[in-house]
Ligand binder design. Structure first.
Ligand code: PPS
Length: 292
């Protein structure tokens, strides 16, 4: 496969985007969701892959072992809006999913989600991660992933993050937008990466309640053991090692998987500026993130 060129950002209906997520726009918007589809929505680097794997194991882990050993997670849980030359479009993969339910990933801000998901009252699992660790993870992802714009150096990347000049736009708008949606649309389960790190088992329990699943104790334990950072890092079906556009020698996809790695990247002055800006943009005390 010929590697695609790195894209540039442009303003797309008020959100920074690249051609790899906008060129199939009309088809994506026309996606026909089914009532039992489950949408996994996140700002990039919030734990999408982790939660996708948890859901895939909860639904299909005990019934179909070939799926777990030979189908990469990004095919089991297609990325709806992705459209890269010489690879199948995410929308087509989603259309062709043979499973019930269909698990579908998106990074779209809430206002861009195809309307059929709301019309069909689909369940949505939204995962949020604190802004500082999200920025750090996104920076390293930009270094290793050819379909991201050139990330530049860390200070300029952080500046752009604060300005919302990232693929899928502003972290602040994304998280606030989905949080507001949750106030009026009851079928959103809003999760935090930091809670998953702190108590994976309890988070899996809550997911099961939201999804109406009642796995046995043994099944839940199997899921928990299969989704640890180390296990997903070793697992070729979840570590993206089969994906050519990512150069894992530059930075592995399963990089650190920690809360607080931002402390190894932010200078004292960057942290102060970030906090000032953050406090202006994130005024809702109910939406609180742990950063340690
Ligand atoms: S993407 O490309 O937007 O879909 O990335 P996403 O999957 O949302 O986020 C990648 C970060 O999640 C970490 N990760 C995990 N952390 C802990 N445990 C598990 N099991 C796990 N799986 C993925 C991954 O390491 C990325 O974070 P960083 O901080 O870069 O390590």
């Amino acid at each position: 496969m010929e590697l695609p060129p790195r894209p540039t950002l442009f303003d797309f209906h008020g959100v920074s985007m690249t051609k790899y997520f906008t060129e199939n726009w009309d088809n994506v918007q026309a996606f026909e969701a089914r009532p039992d589809d489950i949408l996994i929505a996140t700002y990039p680097k919030a734990g999408t892959t982790w939660v996708s794997h948890i859901l895939d194991l909860l639904y299909f882990g005990s019934t179909n072992s070939d799926r777990q050993t030979s189908v990469p997670l990004h095919e089991r849980v297609p990325f709806l809006e992705i459209n890269i030359p010489s690879l199948p479009a995410g929308k087509d993969l989603a259309d062709q999913l043979p499973t019930t339910p269909r698990l579908i990933k998106t990074h779209l801000p809430v206002q861009f989600v195809p309307k059929s998901f709301w019309e069909q009252h689909c369940r949505v699992v939204y995962v949020a991660r604190n802004a500082k660790d999200s920025a750090v993870s996104y920076f390293h992802f930009g270094r290793m992933n050819r379909i991201q714009p050139e990330p530049g150096d860390w200070p300029s990347f952080l500046h752009n993050f604060m300005e919302g000049k990232m693929v899928f736009g502003s972290w602040y708008d994304h998280v606030n937008g989905w949080w507001e949606k949750k106030q009026t649309y009851s079928k959103i389960h809003f999760m935090f990466y930091e809670d998953l790190i702190k108590n994976t088992g309890a988070e899996i329990e809550q997911l099961c309640t939201f999804l109406g699943l009642s796995p046995s104790v043994e099944e839940k334990e199997r899921v928990r053991a299969g989704v640890t950072f180390e296990s997903m890092k070793q697992n070729k079906m979840t570590n993206f090692s089969t994906v050519k556009i990512m150069n894992q020698d530059v930075s592995p996809f399963m990089r650190k998987g920690k809360v607080g790695d931002w402390k190894n990247h932010f200078t004292v002055s960057q942290n102060e500026q970030f906090d000032d800006d953050y406090n202006r943009k994130m005024r809702n005390p109910a939406l609180y993130f742990y950063t340690d």
